[in-house]
Design a protein around this ligand. Structure first.
Ligand SMILES: N[C@@H](CCC(=O)N[C@@H](CS)C(=O)NCC(=O)O)C(=O)O
Length: 222
């Protein structure tokens, strides 16, 4: 079996979840880097591994996997010794599954905001109505997440892959949402960032350049 571990990756994109969990497991992957919106993402190197041409895809154990939650779950199942998954019958199994899915409910709203604020090419402009609606929906998911945090981490039983799924969202959300009212989320995010593996992954990433500004307000209606 090949022992190559290669992550198809956009720095500070959703593949960060995988880079971080790999670091939690002491694995440093080779990185195949992409930039959103470029042709390389639609070429066979990625398209043959991830059918929508999206990151992450992970080459590991002689196979390739796409979709961040599937990758994390695979890593947990094949490396059970770390205890980062929650298996059928285990305490928190249902909350764990819910959190993996919920992370993408939230991330799809962030993606809509990214599309509006970052990726429209002039003369196209962000739609104030669409941005406002998505921002409100993002706020609702953040309030929901705040109510889900059970202690130090998301699950009462401790750190899990669900924290890496949702933790990435807490990197991205503040570019669109004033986090001041979310004291519990801010404290949770600080605990996640304090983990040595998070810091190791962040060090591999370097400073984020995905967002050009610190904050993107809802545009004024014309
Ligand atoms: N549900 C997928 C979403 C993957 C995804 O959309 N990744 C974004 C980057 S964060 C991407 O590759 N976008 C490329 C594009 O929109 O063309 C996952 O969690 O892996």
């Amino acid at each position: 079996m090949s022992d190559v571990v290669r992550l198809h990756h956009v720095p500070w994109g959703r593949s960060f979840r995988v880079l971080w969990l790999l670091q939690e497991m002491g694995i440093t992957p080779e990185l195949e880097l992409y930039e959103i919106g470029t042709r390389k993402m639609q070429e066979p190197g990625l398209k043959d591994r991830s059918p929508a041409g999206r990151i992450p895809a992970l080459e590991i154990d002689g196979r390739t996997i796409f979709e961040s939650s599937a990758i994390l779950q695979y890593l947990c199942e094949t490396r059970r010794e770390f205890g980062f998954g929650r298996e059928p019958g285990q305490t928190d199994r249902v909350a764990y599954l819910e959190a993996l899915g919920f992370a993408e409910t939230m991330a799809s709203l962030i993606e809509q905001l990214n599309l509006n604020h970052l990726f429209l090419r002039p003369p196209a402009k962000p739609s104030p109505a669409v941005v406002k609606l998505n921002t409100l929906r993002l706020k609702g998911t953040l309030a929901g997440l705040e109510g889900m945090i059970a202690g130090e981490y998301l699950l009462p039983s401790g750190f899990s892959a669900a924290d890496t799924m949702l933790g990435f969202n807490l990197f991205a959300a503040p570019f669109y949402m004033d986090m001041e009212p979310f004291a519990e989320l801010r404290a949770y995010w600080a605990r996640l960032q304090a983990r040595p593996a998070f810091q190791a992954a962040a060090e591999i990433e370097g400073p984020q350049t995905f967002y050009a500004k610190d904050f993107y307000p809802v545009p004024e209606a014309e």
